[in-house]
Design a protein around this ligand. Sequence first.
Ligand SMILES: *Cc1c(COP(=O)(O)O)cnc(C)c1O
Length: 235
Amino acid sequence: MNPYVVENYKKVEARVTAACLRAGRARSEVTLIAVSKTKPAEDIQALIEQGVTNFGENKVQEMCTKEETLQKGLSWHMIGHLQRNKVKYLMGKTCLIHSVDSLRLAQEIQKEAAKAGIICPVLVEINIGNEESKGGIDINEAETLARQIAELPNLKLNGLMCIAPFVDDAEESREHFRRMREKRDELAALAIPGTDIRELSMGMTGDFEVAIEEGATLVRVGTAIFGERDYGQNG
Ligand SMILES: *Cc1c(COP(=O)(O)O)cnc(C)c1O
């Protein structure tokens, strides 16, 4: 158990509020997702007691275990790279899959969501820095994939997600976030039937304030809330 989790969370929350104020946005326009991957249930429980309900995980098995163990009524965001053979375990457990980056993955979600009788909200992940090490599609492919997802009746496309390249100064990410926002606006303006494009999932510990200033609606913050992660010897 990390004794600083609540204190850290309050500091992050204050920084989110300040960034909204600077940007002339309402605090309610931005959802703070506490990224709890690798962290124990007690740390999550401490935040639940503060009223936090949105948590992010990047491993299917870990999310499912936490979803089953902790209280109901929480919102679990799948933010990590998703293998097609794991999709079935997520159905009904995640409120939003942030990391759809291929038609094949979208089709697998369609199959499993139909089987489960649900509509699964998704975001398309953009590889905004064109980094080989990262998932996501080229921003120029976003409209094509959006139109393909729109044809899948059990998926609801809600917006875009990105992980900005790692930099020392978050200001360097501003241009990436701005392009994300422009692309989101452009796709939303197409009003593709079957989609409801409004979300922008961007901003992590190192850059969430800049992301909020540039229009993020979902920020994913792990380290600043839960402390450094220990991936153990398999790290
Ligand atoms: C781990 C992770 C985060 C949180 O990163 P921090 O730098 O610890 O805030 C956000 N988004 C994704 C996709 C992640 O995998």
